[in-house]
Design a protein around this ligand. Sequence first.
Ligand code: 9MR
Length: 717
Amino acid sequence: MPATPSLRHPTRLAAALVTASLLVGGFLAAPTATAAPHTAATTAVRANQVGYLPDGPKRATVVTTATQSLTWQLRDASGAVVASGATVPRGADTPAGQSVQVADFSSYRGSGSGYVLAVDGSASVPFDIRANLYDTLRSDAMAFFYHQRSGIPIDASLVGSAYARPAAHLGVAPNQGDTAVPCQATVCDYTRDVRGGWYDAGDHGKYVVNGGISTWLMVNSFERAKRAGNESALGDSTLRVPERGNGMPDVLDEARWELDFLMRMQVPEGKPYTGMAFHKIHDAAWTGMPLRPDQDPQPRELHRPSTAATLNLAAAAAQCARVYRPYDAAFADRCLSAARRAWTAARANPALYAPDSDSTGGGAYGDTQVTDEFYWAAAELYATTGESGYRDAVTGSSWHTSATAFSAYGFGWADTAALGRLTLATVPNGLPTADRDRVRTSVTAAADGYLSRMAAQGYAVPVPADGYFWGSNGEVANDAIVLATAAELTGEGRYRTGALETMDYLLGRNAIGQSYVSGYGRTASHNQHHRFWAHQLDASLPNPPAGALAGGPDSALQDPVAQEKLTGCAPAACYIDDIGSYSTNEVAVNWNAPLAWLAAYAAERTTTGEPPTGLCAVTYRADSVWSTGFTATVTVKNTGPTAVDGWQLNWAYPGGQRVTSAWNATVTQNGTAVLARDAGWNRAIAPGATASFGVQGTHTGANPSPTAFTLNGNTCT
Ligand code: 9MR
């Protein structure tokens, strides 16, 4: 029997765990230099602070003691009233501890910037209504993962100089990892090279369970977009990653950085527990704040293998084998063999549990219920291979028919059965039709549950009143994935509406009028708990880059700042944008991954939208052409409003041309894909200015000019 969901989530275990959780933040934190003001809402009219899609739902929540309906007015940037109507009184909203009314202006289909919604003498912050609303969040939320990479320098030309940093944890002092990391005493007598991967969160730990689910979500985002015929938006040269232009979709390049790490965490052949995955690798003791990763002096340690980590690896690697195959068959083979080995090892060691008590120097990610991980891994292996052994593991699992696979609290790193259902519902597989239909119905039933909860709440949140636990924003975004998947399965618009309204919640339509995503919205989180983006503690360090999601309200008040500043808060208001509040305000890969998933979904044009604003114009001129070769001059103009500081230009050659040399740029080619990087001295292009460079190459008879270019991920005209 599945365990009772409410007992399974780590934050709802018992008071004892609250103490353990405090150890997660038991780092030697410097006192918070300037206490951030309590995140007071600036207006009683709580809207998505970024805005709304022209064809999407448009609702806002008004905090008011009025019991009668009020008049709302939508005003454009000139102050003209473009729509008006009456609010719907909702009365007390328990999670928010407020009395609220709801304004619905969905029927307005205009677009523009600077709208406000005015109700009863208050006005929302200004917002946009436009079809390309989520284009930048799609790439910023995905770029979070490049920022979090371990074992590679973070390149100023990709992220800007404020966020650049040296490579870390490559065995260079003061780092003591991650190229030859020993195990904790008694766990093993050898060292492993476990470089790479993403840092989990504000700390420098790397945890297989959380890395596995985050990777799965990134790759699932691509797999879903591909089914919808929209994978080009996540394709090659769409993200600011070093691998752009290599012919592989960038989101898969990013996920591969973690997949390679996850596979390094597998116990090698010939050793005890071969094929299992070490649960985690992190510092021997908690480090202080702030601390750039390359300055971390702590010894690093591998913690003993666990069944949960092994099955996370199996699931993510099996999904990799399926999704990467068209782009890199050798890598897909490597993933599949790692997944099979992991599965076999987990079957042989089905109850090697990671304890909640193991939280010195890093988080525990403890989990003593792993039958759901078995189900998820089996589902991925079955969807990828079609083999009967994996099918039997799917159909023989109690999670295949359990009503709690989608719990009221959503899925998460410890609750993964829903992930198996999502894959079986969407990826073609050999389950009998009736069984596959039942799985699909379970997805839509879960989505219906979220919709009814949203309908019952003034802020349209899919989580229950007691669901505001550590990482609640990740839970909200995960619920949105279930809603969006139900929309795909049924084509019914209400599910898309629900998914988009969860984005409204994350971006400001909530109890405290807070956008939880840095850089998005007037009252946006900017002091999230992070050892490098620690501007609140050290003015020379940056704030989090745009697109980083805060963990969100946690009613259990599990850190000293929350305990001092938030006592008595209503559950949905238990949040503070202070770097010391790691239980409400940390960032984490498993929260940004569903945000990136949701942003990519929301950015898809389902109706005719406006074209994105042009940021660049490119001319390609063939200067001289001879029987086998050519030279050409490429001129890039910055037609956007801000200076370009470091550039990468991508194009594809239509006629089999090969670049042999270049000047004033560094040019590389992979197949037809060409990548030109600035030469350093010409990295800056002011608005309206141009940069030119030249190439020489060979052709095979014809020399047609390329026609489509992207500059730093933006399509040029
Ligand atoms: O997201 C995790 C949450 O579910 C747990 O309750 C909490 C306490 O164990 O830990 C959270 O994960 C943190 C991890 O342990 C260490 N890195 C930062 C993670 C986000 O706060």
